[in-house]
Ligand binder design. Structure first.
Ligand code: PMP
Length: 390
């Protein structure tokens, strides 16, 4: 056995605590500047709202992109944006409360709201997102003057995914956002702006966010590093009025205590080393990548699905929402037949308030498949639909 291997195996496998090794040639890890200055903090508990360096970066980002007009705006780091959304709902709604959203919507949001016992009210949407007239119509069940009465059942919360909606891929126009915000003011509702695809908007100029319009402090915005840095980091942040964020923080303090210090330090190091220019360059690279993927998927959809399906081109995010003609419910088609043809999509029912209601849509993601794979997948899907139509 070579000496090196012998020494390593002794040290790794069977060294008693009393063994003094003068053999190894490793540098002393206490001398690593990274380890001493960063790792000790990375492996230690930290403050619940987030480590200061990361909070500084996040506040800069929010100022640069949203410039929130409400002076009481604060931020808090979360373990992915999903933790933020979940905790916001848990702190805000009570059983029986009416919550407004546009279905289809993100399945996990539906799943987190269900055990909270709220009543979900659907507000119609189209290719530009939530329709303000539909919202006005829903709200006309209540009188704005009655919303503060103790037993009022008027909705307190409206949830929206304003860019590259999951699953529909649609983005809300500025005009619509302004109208929705005005209705929220009239009925004194909070808006939960779940915006993980904000930085994946393909066309400029970007419509202003709800946060950027929020003069009253009624918007709670959740952001995510999942789509722009890495999803396994589990890092996101909430931005909103301080009194509401303080309530969410109470929840964080007693549940997760804080988001991993290790992850937070890693990301704040990266963001500091990039600086604003580096961050913007990275985002431009992502946009170019996802736009190309989107275009490849649209090209294949045009080639294979024209006769059997309908869709709108998404201007953000990573999803194409496809209506299959002549298919009443895609659950059965996908669960039973798609695997035979070796193509997998998400049946639209997964995103509905009532998942057993028939739905003729499927969600296709253009994030990870190659253009060739997307093309072949749509060829197989077109065969599947044609067979099912017969
Ligand atoms: N909201 C929406 C609309 C999403 O699509 C996702 C991710 N699929 C999330 C929230 C959760 O993202 P995160 O990884 O930041 O928890």
């Amino acid at each position: 056995v070579p000496l090196n291997r012998f020494i390593t195996s002794v040290l790794e496998e069977c060294s008693p605590l009393s063994l003094i090794s003068l053999a190894g040639g490793c540098p002393n890890p206490d001398t690593f500047p990274f380890l001493s200055t960063l790792m000790k903090r990375a492996l230690q508990y930290s403050a619940s709202p987030g480590i200061p360096e990361l909070l500084t970066c996040i506040k800069r980002l929010q100022k640069r992109f949203h410039n929130p007009p409400n002076p009481q705006t604060d931020v808090c780091v979360t373990t992915g944006s999903q933790e933020g959304i979940c905790k916001v709902f848990e702190m805000l709604v009570s059983p029986g409360d009416n919550v407004l959203l546009s279905a289809p919507t993100y399945g996990s949001t539906l799943n987190m709201l269900q055990p909270l016992g709220c009543n979900l009210i659907n507000v119609s949407s189209d290719e530009h997102g939530m329709v303000p007239e539909a919202l006005r119509e829903v709200l006309s069940r209540w009188s704005p003057s009655e919303v503060h009465k103790p037993n009022s059942s008027a909705p307190k919360v409206l949830y929206t995914i304003p860019n590259g909606d999951n699953p529909t891929g649609v983005s809300m126009t500025e005009q619509r956002k302004r109208e929705v915000y005005e209705l929220a003011r009239l009925y004194d509702m909070l808006i939960i702006e779940d915006d993980p695809y904000y930085f994946l908007q393909f066309d400029k100029p970007w419509a202003p966010s709800f946060l950027s319009m929020d003069v009253d402090g009624r918007v709670i915005r959740t952001d995510s590093f999942s789509k722009i840095l890495s999803s396994g980091l589990r890092l996101g942040f909430i931005t909103g009025p301080k009194p509401l964020l303080d309530r969410v923080l109470l929840h964080v303090e007693v549940s997760t205590i804080h988001t991993s210090s290790f992850t937070q330090l890693m990301v704040s190091q990266l963001l500091h080393s990039w600086g604003e220019q580096g961050f913007l360059q990275h985002i431009e690279g992502l946009i170019a990548f996802y736009r190309k993927q989107r275009d490849a998927m649209l090209g294949s959809a045009d080639k294979w699905l024209k006769d059997v399906a309908e869709w709108h081109s998404p201007s953000a995010g990573m999803f194409l929402w496809i209506k299959l003609k002549g298919i009443r419910d895609t659950q059965q088609l996908i669960r039973e037949k798609a695997l035979e043809k070796e193509v997998l999509l998400v049946p639209g029912g997964e995103f509905m308030i009532n998942s057993s209601e028939p739905c003729s849509f499927v969600r296709a993601s253009f994030s990870v498949s190659s253009p060739e794979q997307m093309d072949e997948a749509f060829r197989r899907l077109s065969l599947l639909v044609k067979e099912a139509q017969c």
